[in-house]
Structure formats: structure tokens, C-alpha cells
Ligand binder design. Structure first.
Ligand code: DC
Length: 221
């Protein structure tokens, strides 16, 4: 029997790092659905269009080929034959992804792609609406969160370690704006599913968060 684990939560809560480690441990594939919204956003930006305007965004979906491929268990995301896994991590693509994700046609477009993967694979899938909309019957649902400040601190440290010149206040403002947009949109907003377990990592470091999450999962498998 196929087992699906849904992990939702706000930007910067550590979903991808934690889910990646947990999936390795369980031998599941890890599916990062944010990469799909990012790829739609990247494609719109590349065409010089407005990521907030449905009349600009919807035509870009026509005939576009977005796919996830798994190489040695690692997810790569493709726009046509181009591997855009790195390109979608640019800062401006984050807000573009959040903008396009509020458009119902974009969510519909990406829905079956996500469902097909989950039907065929034991997976941990992370996003904003996985437990509520995409996989309402997932065996385990986790809502992973941390305070906006804790998330901004982590992001700030990560970027400083990479040698980037960054401003803490603008990182915090970006996180707060994305939280607001993602949880206030009309369609499939970010929210904890009724049957999801809340995992708050505000007071935990990465290793502590992974341990906590694995415990929650193993108790329920
Ligand atoms: O997880 P992420 O930060 O890479 O996601 C980028 C944006 O995509 C996020 O701000 C909201 C949107 N998103 C979504 O609406 N639903 C998902 N399942 C995943 C991401």
C-alpha cells in the first residue's frame, strides 16, 4: 500500500530540510510542491509579464510543460527540457510564486501533477495545501511552523554564511508578507488541517526539529 505524508506550513519553517532528511530515513521520495509554483512564476517573469495579473499568467500555462523528475531520490524540476531547480531559488521568484499561487487556474493546473506522483509513490509531500486539498486522505499530516522572527533569524544566518550582504528587517518583512498572502488568499489558503499534528520548531534547532518530526511520524506509521 502506498503511504503519503503531508507537510504544510509557512515559508522558512524548515519544511524542505526536515522533510528531505525524514524521507531519506524512511526510504520515501520527497516532493517539494513549492518548486512547481516557483516554476510557473519563473516562466511568467521570463516572459516579462505581471505575476499578479491572471490575464497575464493564465496564457502562460497553455502548452507549458512542467515536470518533476527524481534523480538518485533527489527532486529536479523541469520547464520543458530545462532543469530550472537552481533558477527558481532566486529571491524574486519567491514572491512571484506566492503571487501566481493565488490564481485558481494555476492551482488547478498543478493539482493532477501532484496527485499522480502521490498515487504512485510512498512520499513526503510539502507545501501549503497538501493536507487540506491535494492529499486530504494522507496517512499522516503535519503542520510545521515557527514564529516569523525565528524563521527570519534562520534565513538571515543562512544567507550571511553564504557570504551575501543581507538586511535582516527586509528578510523579516518578506516572510511576513508571504505569510499574509499565502494564508489570506481565497483559494486553498495556508492553514492547518483539522487532523494535522502541529509541530512548532521556534525553540528547536535543526537536529532537534528533525528528531521531533521523525518521532511524530514513526509513532503514527
Ligand atoms: O514552499 P515555497 O516557499 O518554495 O513556495 C513558494 C510559494 O508557492 C509560496 O509562497 C506559496 C506557493 N505554494 C502554494 O501555494 N501551495 C503549495 N502547495 C506550495 C507552495
Amino acid at each position: 500500500m502506498i503511504i503519503n505524508i503531508a507537510i504544510d506550513g509557512p515559508a522558512g519553517a524548515g519544511k524542505s530540510t526536515i522533510a528531505k532528511r525524514a524521507s531519506k530515513e524512511l526510504g520515501f521520495i520527497y516532493v517539494d510542491t513549492g518548486a512547481l509554483y516557483r516554476t510557473v512564476g519563473l516562466n511568467v517573469l521570463r516572459q516579462g509579464k505581471d505575476t499578479k495579473n491572471p490575464d497575464d499568467v493564465i496564457p502562460t500555462l497553455e502548452g507549458v510543460d512542467i515536470s518533476l523528475r527524481f534523480v538518485n531520490g533527489e527532486q529536479r524540476v523541469f520547464l520543458g527540457e530545462e532543469d530550472v531547480s537552481e533558477a527558481i531559488r532566486q529571491n524574486e521568484v519567491s514572491m512571484a510564486a506566492s503571487n501566481v499561487s493565488a490564481i485558481p487556474a494555476v492551482r488547478e493546473f498543478l493539482f493532477s501533477l501532484q496527485r499522480d506522483i502521490a498515487e504512485k509513490n510512498n512520499c513526503i509531500m510539502d507545501g501549503r495545501d497538501i493536507g487540506t486539498v491535494v492529499l486530504p486522505d494522507a496517512k499522516i499530516k503535519i503542520f510545521l511552523t515557527a514564529s516569523a522572527r525565528a524563521r527570519a533569524d534562520r534565513r538571515y544566518k543562512e544567507l550571511v554564511e553564504k557570504g551575501q550582504d543581507v538586511d535582516y528587517d527586509s528578510i523579516l518583512a518578506d516572510i511576513e508578507q508571504r505569510d499574509y498572502q499565502d494564508s489570506h488568499r481565497e483559494i486553498a489558503p495556508l492553514k492547518q488541517a483539522d487532523d494535522a499534528v502541529l509541530v512548532d520548531t521556534t525553540e528547536l534547532d535543526l537536529e532537534g526539529s528533525i528528531e521531533y518530526m521523525l518521532r511524530v511520524i514513526k509513532e503514527r506509521l
